[in-house]
Design a protein around this ligand. Structure first.
Ligand code: SOE
Length: 386
């Protein structure tokens, strides 16, 4: 084997995010062997629509295909654990969507299985791969901002703002106990922990479910799509529409995040601001090619994404030259490029900067802490960091 085109890749899940994975894999020149849909008919329909040669009828059929070296898991959260276990047992590399599992007990086991398998196992925390987020990581690591003091921001969306908005993520048994925190909040925590070089060790959380009853359509609805005029049934909702969380980081920094999936006008808006002893930086996913750099004594700056202007980490994550803007889909390209470089080498490299299963497990421990804090109404430690 000597290049990406020698690797066979199968994708589980054919919805919004599975389609994004397929686009990035194609751009890398990967050989996509086939897809596995939520049922055989759906898989066949999506394979035809996406121009993928094969729809597998079952996970077993996918796993015995000798052409498959790696499997992407983009199914709903409740399916990740069993699918990842089977993939690793079959000796394949795995790239799993976030959150890694439904519980930290599941994710702890997945970490052990991945370790024992010797395969490359990655979690799709893709926002690390906006080039200017890598740039920020490089700046913090080089001490450009000094010791980190404050880490603040939000991740807000509006696609679940109405009682008629529906998705499997709303249901505890399909998406997990937490929703806005697990689905988008863990993206933010993973990203700022990566940039700041430290994770939250204690948190104080407040959860809100503003829409406790929603209409579930009787037919299928894609993520971010409207149900249309379908017949529906009322469902009681227990997962969080929004959350406010205070954070204490291992390096002494303090922080806060709000998550929301009911903020009108915010389509997919993730932002952070980090203040250190010697400078500040801020980034906003709605303007992802600009990094704000704040100074006290000299004028503030805005660094525009250009591989020739960024530090080593930033330019290594760029997928386009000069000032060509990069967005959401490009982050999957750059993330997969890093993962498949390791897969070709046979193992995760020392310098790997994509999220590992250990990182995915930390996010599940973070979710546990949020649930505990919200129930108990006080600060709690995020476990498992001894
Ligand atoms: C829905 O909230 C969602 O698709 C998340 O599940 C993704 O992780 C995020 O990238 C965009 O929004």
């Amino acid at each position: 084997m000597n290049g990406f085109s020698d690797l066979g890749v199968a994708v589980i899940g054919t919805g919004f995010i599975g389609t994004v994975h397929i686009g990035a894999l194609r751009r890398l020149g990967m050989h996509i062997t086939g897809v596995l849909g939520s049922n055989a008919a759906r898989g066949a329909e999506r394979a035809a629509a996406l121009g993928v040669p094969r729809a597998y009828d079952s996970l077993d059929q996918l796993l015995v295909d000798p052409a498959v070296d790696a499997v992407h898991v983009t199914s709903p959260n409740h399916a990740h654990y069993a699918q990842v276990k089977a993939i690793l047992a079959a000796g394949k590399h795995v790239i799993c969507e976030k959150p890694l599992a439904m519980t930290s007990a599941e994710s702890a086991e997945m970490v052990e299985l991945a370790r024992a398998s010797g395969r490359v196992a990655a979690v799709c925390y893709n926002t690390r791969f906006y080039p200017l987020n890598q740039q920020a990581r490089g700046m913090v690591a080089a001490g450009d901002l000094g010791d980190i003091r404050l880490v603040t921001g939000h991740y807000h969306q509006d696609w679940l703002a109405r009682a008629s908005d529906w998705n499997w993520r709303l249901e505890t048994d399909e998406g997990g106990t937490l929703r806005s925190v697990a689905d988008i909040g863990t993206h933010w925590i993973d990203l700022v922990s990566f940039i700041a070089g430290a994770r939250p060790t204690a948190i104080l959380a407040e959860l809100a479910t503003f829409i406790p009853e929603r209409q579930r359509p009787l037919g299928p609805v894609e993520t971010f799509a409207k149900a249309g005029g379908q017949a529906s049934e009322a469902r009681h909702i227990e997962t969080d529409d929004a959350a406010l969380i205070l954070l204490r980081f291992a390096n002494g920094a303090r922080g806060s995040i709000t998550t929301s999936q009911v903020s009108h006008g915010r389509k997919n808006a993730m932002n952070w601001e980090i203040s250190g002893a010697d400078g500040s930086a801020a980034w906003d996913s709605e303007h992802p090619d600009h990094l704000w750099l704040g100074h006290r004594e000299v004028p503030n700056q805005v660094l525009q994404r250009d591989p020739g202007l960024m530090n080593a980490l930033g330019s290594a994550a760029a997928s386009l030259p000069g000032g060509h803007v990069e967005g959401f889909a490009d982050t999957f390209f750059s993330l997969f490029r890093a993962v498949y470089t390791d897969i070709l080498a046979g193992r995760r490299s020392e310098q790997a900067n994509y999220a590992s299963f250990e990182d995915g497990h930390y996010e599940m421990l973070f979710c546990d802490a949020v649930i505990r804090s919200a129930r108990e109404g006080g600060w709690v430690d995020v476990g498992g960091q001894g």
